[in-house]
Design a protein. Structure first.
Length: 184
């Protein structure tokens, strides 16, 4: 086990249902493997239903709600994808505010697949180089981002580092770059 993230707490922000399970579990495992402490945050405390695409998968327990924490409580943020997950999060002011607080605090954020929808709502992608699931490219461009089609993108052109990836196939590269960003 590596200790790159020893002593670091990483928030994973998800909706009560709809997060793509592998985009939650693989980065979670990468944080743990690097010696960090992942914490599941949702819009409300309680069960979180993950999905394998459109099929319900496992449930997880969110111990913290987005309105009860801030970037000062963590060293980084992960925003998993799944279509329904970020679509729900972007309608919740506490979730959008939490995501924005990491940018305001200059702390790293890792986002994959449809996850950038939450960042678009927080108005933090302007001038940033980012990737996502291809269907979000117009949304990201309209929000002022430079969208690129790459497995993992690290953008430092702003107040914080943003690591982004397109899809579950990109998880190995995403997790590697995410851990590097969280390690500082």
């Amino acid at each position: 086990m590596s200790n790159e993230l020893s002593g670091k707490r990483i928030a994973f922000l998800v909706a009560p249902e709809g997060a793509e399970q592998v985009e939650l579990t693989k980065p979670w495992e990468a944080v743990e493997h690097a010696g960090g402490t992942p914490e599941l945050v949702s819009t409300e405390v309680g069960k979180v239903q993950a999905f394998n695409h459109l099929t319900p998968a496992d449930t997880f327990e969110a111990d913290k709600s987005a309105d009860a924490v801030s970037a000062t409580d963590y060293d980084g943020l992960v925003l998993p994808g799944g279509v329904a997950n970020p679509d729900f999060l972007r309608t919740k002011p506490a979730a959008v505010g939490l995501a924005k607080s990491f940018f305001d605090a200059g702390k790293p954020v890792a986002v994959i697949c449809h996850g950038p929808w939450t960042l678009i709502e927080a108005d933090v992608v302007r001038g940033r180089r980012i990737t996502s699931w291809p269907s979000l490219q117009t949304d990201l461009r309209n929000a002022g981002a430079e969208w690129v089609d790459q497995e993992a993108v690290v953008c430092t052109a702003g107040p914080n580092t943003v690591v982004s990836s397109r899809k579950p196939d990109d998880l190995p590269a995403f997790c590697e770059k995410m851990v590097e960003a969280f390690a500082g």
